[in-house]
Design a protein around this ligand. Structure first.
Ligand code: AP5
Length: 226
């Protein structure tokens, strides 16, 4: 079976993490979410975490040169030979170019870029109600996906917290950063015929079903290309 190298693209709070968790289970591929990787580094007080924290707290992107190496290392690892799911990377054109260059060096390329799209008002609604598991980053929503027991993760029992960057003023800034720096990647990948648009405004199950249909098409196209 051809390798499946996927990117999840979309504004903050569009549901990339929600769908990424499902995909990881369904496809059994390594899932690299740069936000989760950086938050773990902040928690562990590594050099990467110390560098990233001030940017993340403000809702700014961390510098390209900091994040590119983090992802290159993972793509090069043996666990990613059959494919990978990237969530939150690339987020700028230089990051996209660095990714393409590294994959080309390995004789590989992206299979598809799934744009999970929602409008700004929905982003604010979703991030305002998000609760995240402190230990492993599992994601809930007070209204749309509440945990069985208030304040406790269904999956690992750890406390659910509000992310530091889910405060209203930081959410607005993250959205501005998305429109200025990340949204241009929509045209970038569309120009390479890699972009697949998913309506992220539907329920998580409906979005998941659309993602599955899109992947089935991508797999067919990849098979035909062999
Ligand atoms: P990151 O953690 O990647 O944040 P983000 O892209 O802003 O995305 P989010 O995690 O906020 O949202 P999501 O799309 O995963 O939505 P979710 O599934 O949680 O990055 C954080 C920071 O790290 C950045 O600001 C930056 O500083 C830094 N960083 C990371 N990568 C970087 C890079 N490449 N370069 C530079 N800096 C980088 O869903 C949101 C909520 O909605 C949840 O509560 C969920 O339950 C709910 N929900 C999900 N789907 C639905 C649905 N269909 N209907 C209703 N509710 C839903």
């Amino acid at each position: 079976m051809p390798e499946l190298n996927l990117v999840l693209l979309g504004p903050p709070g569009s549901g990339k993490g929600t769908q990424g968790e499902r995909l990881q289970e369904d496809l059994r591929l390594p899932y690299y979410a740069t936000g989760d990787i950086l938050r773990a580094a902040v928690r562990d007080q590594t050099e990467l975490g110390r560098t990233a924290k001030e940017y993340m707290d403000r809702g700014d992107l961390v510098p390209d040169e900091v994040i590119v190496g983090v992802i290159a290392e993972r793509i090069d690892s043996p666990e990613a030979v059959d494919g990978f799911i990237l969530d939150g990377f690339p987020r700028t054109e230089p990051q996209a170019e660095a990714l393409a260059a590294r994959l080309a060096e390995l004789g590989r390329g992206l299979t598809g870029v799934l744009l999970i799209d929602v409008d700004d008002d929905e982003v604010v609604r979703r991030l305002g109600g998000r609760r995240t598991c402190e230990e492993n980053g599992h994601v809930f929503h007070l209204e749309f996906n509440p945990p069985e027991k208030e304040g406790v993760c269904d999956l690992d029992g750890s406390p659910l917290v509000v992310r530091d960057d889910d405060k209203p003023e930081v959410i607005r800034h993250r959205l501005e950063q998305y429109h200025a720096k990340t949204e241009p990647l929509v045209d970038y990948y569309d120009g390479q015929s890699l972009l697949r648009r998913i309506d992220g405004a539907a329920s998580p199950d409906e979005v998941g079903a659309e993602v599955e249909r899109t992947l089935a098409t991508l797999r067919l196209e990849a098979d035909e290309a062999i």
